[in-house]
Each structure stands twice: as C-alpha cells, then as structure tokens.
Write a protein of this length. Sequence first.
Length: 380
Amino acid sequence: MGNDVRTVYAISQMENPYIFGEPLRSDRMFFGRVAERSEIFRGVTKANKQNYLITGPRRSGKTSLLYQLKTRLEFPFVPLMVTPESFGHQHHELFRGLLLRLRDQVLEIVGKELPRIDWYIANASAETPIDMFNYYFEKDLKKILTGLSTVSSQARVVLLIDEATFLLGESSERDKRVPDFRQEFLRHLLQAFDRVACVLAGTPQILRMTSVTSPLYNIFSGIKLRGLSRYETEQLVREPARSVGVEFEDEAVDRIIDLGGCSPYYTQALCGLSLERANEDVRQSVLLPDVQQSAETILDTLDYGLQSVWEALDPEEQEVLAKTAKEPVVVDRTNQDVISRLVDMNLIQKIVRDASTPAERTFASIKAEIDEQWLQRQGV
C-alpha cells in the first residue's frame, strides 16, 4: 500500500518534459537535425568560412537549431544570437543594435574595457547619411575584432540571426524616403571580414528575398528544414517520456506520427497534452485515446495558429492544399511549382505510385492529419 501511494504521488508531481510554442534552449530534449547541425557547425568554423541560410515554415525548429549551434560554439568562436526586430526597422537601428550587442558579448570574453562605440553611431538617426554611418560602423567593428584577437588570433564571431525575414523584407515602419541598403551592407560585411560568419533563419518567403536580384544572392549555402524522419519523431515521442518514467504505447506513437506528420511542433504538442491526460489518471503509460483527445484539444484551442498558417498562403497554395485535404492530387506541370512550395512548408508530401512502370504517377497528399481535419472543419 505504501509503495502504491508513493507511486501515485510521484506521478501527480511529474514534470512534463515536452515543450511546444517555445524554442528548445538546451540539448537535453533536442532530437533530430543532426546532419543540418553538423554541416552548419563545420561551415562556420572552418578556415574558409561558409555562411548559411536556414529556411522552414514556422514551428519547424529553426530557432531551436540556432540555440543548438549557440550552445556548441565555444571559444575561439563567439556566437551572437539576435532577433533583428528587437533593434528596429531602420538601417541605423538594426546595425547599431547589432554592434552594441556584439561589443557587450566580446567585453565579457576579453575581460577588459573596449573602446566606446563612436559618437556618430550612438547618435545616428534616419537623417544620418548611410555611407557615413557604414564608415564608422566598420571602424568600430574592427576595434571590437582587434580586442577579441588579443585573446585568440583564431577568434571568429558567428552571427545567428533569427526571423531574418524581418531583416530582409520591407516594412511599413521603415522610412521609404531612404533607400534600403541593409542587404547590400550585410553582404559587404560578410565579404570584408573573414572573422565574421553568419547564419540566417527565416520562413521560405526569404528565398524570394535572396533570389538572383538580391545583394545576398550566392553568398549563403541553403539548408531547408522539413519534417523529422520517422525515427527522429519516435525518439522525440519516447525519450522525454522515459525521462519521467512514462511509456507511450506503440499504437499511440503511430497515431502521433500520422496526426502530426513528423512536425516537431505537432509532435511536442500531442505528446505534452497526452502525457497530461495520463498524469490526470495517475497512469505511467500513454494510450491511443489520450492521443485522440489531445488532437481534439489542439483543433479546438490552437485554432488561431492553424488559421495564421492558412492566411499566409497565396490563393493558389490555398486551392491546392484544400484539394489535398479531400484526396491526393496528381502532380503535373500546372501545379508542380505550387506543390513544391507546399512541400517546403511541410504541409504536403509527394508519393510516387507504380514506380518504374508505364503507369508511374506522382501524387501530393496532405502531410499532417491535424491539418486535414482543420481544413475539413473550415469547409474549404
């Protein structure tokens, strides 16, 4: 009897290890993305640096991947993770914010006073001539890198820039009277300073912003984040639960994979909610009904998130996605570009039937059953 009471109490006090809606800042519960993480790590640390552009839909794990890189990059590499939106839209706001954050971080490493940021930079405004601002910015950046080199001649700053769509896109808050030289100046900095590498992360929309007409064209190696593999998804389901003494039954795991389409966000959400249900019933196993009820909760309470994904699609993408919610769609010349974009967004998948025969055809089907059920509820 005493052991049973202790077990019940332990389960009721169980910490839910699943996190959804927030990026993973530690590697304890990070699963998958090993190849992507390793490639980027090698690229930004090798003698001839490589810059990277990570693209993926919202909630695909871009920010979590940046945190993994930040954790693993040790001195002489200095990772600086920033979100441009926190600095502002204007040229001087963005690069001044970046410079101040970098100076503070290097100051901690060097352990001695660094030259102050130039008055021209500190007091710049929208009226400040951009060429003059850029000139003094480069002077200050050189001073910071020189200070860093006193600790190690191999030191290199690695910029980890999240939500880069904000950095590269137009904004209603940016002064349209001033030409937008942000991309051009970033390109110049990355080419002029070997001791500064950069990893940008953003939604697939950023690919259009860095196309052949962009100053950033051809200086980044692309990394597309798609859904996790089935094996990685199973790890993400089972391992966090085992850390708190809970097992997911095989049927429950299979259903999570079907419902979530191997999306990191959906997987964590389904697991977290299912574990809570097992916890309420004082069980150390998660069952199929727990997962089914959790899916209903997601559809009922996280509706706004699915709505925002739908509204971000253009009309052609909405039309094709709505069709795949009813039945698989044949991929042909008229829709292959739209389907490729939806594949990049982790919304649909391609399936080849009758491969290597005259009847071979490629179909597109919706990837996550949760998305399919949501679209059916909307009547689209």
